[in-house]
Design a protein around this ligand. Sequence first.
Ligand code: LLP
Length: 437
Amino acid sequence: YGTQQINENGHLTIGGVDSVELAKKYGTPLFVYDLQLIRERARGFIETFKKLGIKAEVAYASKAFSCIAIYQLAKEENLSLDVVSGGELFTAIQAGFPTERIHFHGNNKSYSELEFAFDSKIGCIVVDNFYEIELLKEISEERKQKMRILLRVTPGVEAHTHDFITTGQADSKFGFDLNNGQADRAFLEVKDHEYLELLGLHCHIGSQIFETDGFGLAAEKLMKKQGEWKEQYQFESTVLNLGGGFGIRYTEEDTPLEPHVYVEGMIKTVQEYAAKLKLTMPEIWIEPGRSLVGDAGTSLYTVGSRKNVPNIRDYIAVDGGMSDNIRPALYDAKYEAVVANKANEERLSTYTVAGKLCESGDKLIVDAPLQQVESGDILAVFCTGAYGYSMASNYNRIPRPAVVFVESGQHQLAINRESYENIIQNDLPLSLKKGEY
Ligand code: LLP
């Protein structure tokens, strides 16, 4: 993946840095991010729009991995930002991210989160539901402050990896249904509002998608709706946001497309329908999360105990697990790994990689082909950069790992390892007196 290689000691290197040295210096479990790969991906999306002469915003969907340093990298790479909570917005602002390039998502934004967005003068709120429209009207009118908005719609196109399905009505907690009049009602509620400036429509059809037809079909549906609104109300939208969901390669079964292929695919459809329906070509916004940071992240663990279940399998246990990567337990997600200090040896053995948490489902990889493993070896699990750290927990009171960034032979801490002190920092002593029963 990315800049990974094997050095003269047989160690895995990332960004020109020896992963075994990183494990020694920063401890394990450790997330290592290869910045070059993130930059290349970001540029892959942005340059494609430029080449095609299409105005665009590529917003990093930061739920995939959020911290101050990654927001600063996103700023350096001219990305916009998709945040989904006050916490992500706060982190982005602390990072010095330009607020006019921040888009705020979520199906239940609180009043105070929305006020925070207005205070911060963010670029756009992606409106999800009728309750939110009420809140936005109230806040914007009270402040006499403008806010740009998109309406999130569910187009009845749902895509996963190789397939997509279309349904008349999507059973989704997100957005206004495009097919049953909800989206039209929402449009009528906001189109002439004094302070809410409607830019256009948004949809997100799924995650880990390996084909372009689903995006094309969604684009077609949204463009047709915009065509109707132009005809009936002379409303012309300026933005079409087609969400994220571009796939990455976790294992060899996954066959993602290059960023430019996804972009070219969707642009073709939008241009076709813009011409057909005599609409001005809108700006295209997209929201890649996983495809920017997913395969740039590698988790390093130290192997501890081992167990043989005769005639069934060999287990090796690492010093993290579902507390830093819940995806195998939650989604049955698959990963590949190598022994980082023996990366030059062939993977002729098979082990099930267990975590250290008190839960039998805490397995990172079942039956992984690996080098011969001994206690003390460093295990590198690939492609953990998206929804790994960001979904980490303190289950079993395990401190969250540290995060290190590497690039061109340099390395730096991006997030400190949590300490036991951090873990108890919000705990308070028992102060109630024993009751009488
Ligand atoms: N935009 C919207 C509105 C989204 O809901 C999402 C992801 C994205 C963009 C970014 O999607 P991506 O490019 O990362 O696929 N925790 C799950 C993934 C949940 C995705 C939620 N929404 C996982 O670990 O696979």
